[in-house]
Design a protein around this ligand. Structure first.
Ligand code: SF4
Length: 350
């Protein structure tokens, strides 16, 4: 079997930051109960690891005892949730990804300027709920082109669209084109709201999948960007399977055992799960791994200000950056596998 490993894959800087926030909060407050509002990132293994360390995940702020510590997840929250946490005297550490915060800021700015905002995304996703909460009277969610005739537009010249950060670029473009046809005067955001990690992981699949028999995406079912990766594979004509981990593999998917398989991972899936999938396939079928470098990512985020403040007060270094670069195929994770690295399609990340 020939395994092609997509680079980039797996953890983005926003997820890495959110995971490190919870790890750090556990270290800084060893004797306190730590609450996280919603899943910190959409991956059952990451959430399970924190649960086993005593972290309590809640779906409403009212579940959290007054005066406790709460971490807001990477997907962002509405101002109403922030206010409620404040009114209950919670110490809030906000692990919202800065690229989600950027979309919130755009929503606030356009709403103040009197624009109606068409937010392209999934209405029930935490990120969209949070963004919508910034300007509920100005924002309407558009999930598909079929929603367009039902929009209530006051002035087509004061209209702008924004998007959820983890959409399929293919699907978003279909909706954006339909909106532009319906509202030719609609304004565009200054830059794409679909984040670098989503765009790069999708582009890598789009580029490599056509030479493969199957695409395996490691990620959880509620991870929007992971689901989108399987759809992108299918869009280019290669079947895609989404699996949480190696236990989700079905060997019947590989009738000859000589298939070429692209392995990638959503932005919230840890690298050890990708390695476990590769080890399981190579143990069963034998073969090689080729890492395909499509984009070089090297992104840094800072820890949230509230956490840095608490860390400084306790004499803990709070200035280190959260950095995500190329995932390494180490012997520790992957075992002794025959590995080659191909950079023939390499591009620099935007
Ligand atoms: S997928 Fe994009 S928006 Fe979401 S946490 Fe990662 S970098 Fe941030």
């Amino acid at each position: 079997m020939r395994l092609l490993l997509a680079n980039p894959r797996g953890f983005c800087a926003g997820v890495q930051m959110a995971v490190e926030v919870v790890d750090q909060v556990l270290d800084v407050f060893p004797d306190e109960a730590i609450y996280v509002y919603h899943e910190i990132v959409h991956n059952k293994h990451v959430v399970g690891r924190f649960r086993s360390r005593g972290v309590r995940f809640v779906e409403t702020i009212e579940e959290i005892p007054e005066g406790s510590i709460v971490v807001f997840s990477a997907h962002g929250i509405s101002p109403a949730v922030r206010e409620l946490a404040k009114s209950r005297g919670l110490t809030a550490i906000d692990a919202t990804c800065p690229l989600v915060t950027k979309v919130h800021s755009e929503a606030i700015r356009y709403a103040r300027q009197g624009y109606q905002i068409l937010l392209i995304g999934h209405a029930d996703h935490q990120e969209v709920i949070g963004t919508r909460g910034e300007a509920p009277d100005a924002i309407q969610v558009v999930e598909t082109p079929e929603d367009i005739p039902h929009l209530r537009i006051n002035d087509p010249a004061r209209l702008v669209y924004l998007t959820q950060t983890t959409l399929s670029t293919d699907d978003a473009n279909i909706i954006i084109d339909a909106l532009k046809r319906a509202f030719p005067m609609m304004k565009e955001p200054p830059s794409s709201d679909i984040c670098y990690a989503t765009t790069n992981r999708q582009h890598a699949v789009r580029q490599i999948a056509p030479e493969c028999d199957l695409v395996l995406v490691v990620g959880s079912k509620n991870s929007s960007n992971s689901v989108r990766l399987t759809e992108i594979a299918q869009n280019v004509g290669t079947p895609g399977r989404l699996i949480d981990d190696a236990s989700g593999l079905d060997f019947a998917w590989f009738p000859t055992g000589n298939e070429t398989v692209l392995v990638t991972a959503g932005a919230s899936a840890p690298e050890n799960l990708v390695a476990e999938v590769c080890r399981t396939l190579l143990t069963r079928f034998g073969g090689t791994i080729e890492q395909r470098d499509v984009f070089e990512e090297d992104i840094e985020f800072a820890l949230p200000a509230a956490l840095r403040r608490v860390m400084s007060e306790r004499g803990i270094d709070s200035n280190r950056a959260i950095r995500v670069g190329k995932p390494e195929v180490t012997a520790e994770l992957y075992g002794a596998v025959p590995l080659t690295v191909s950079a023939s399609h390499r591009e620099r990340s935007a």
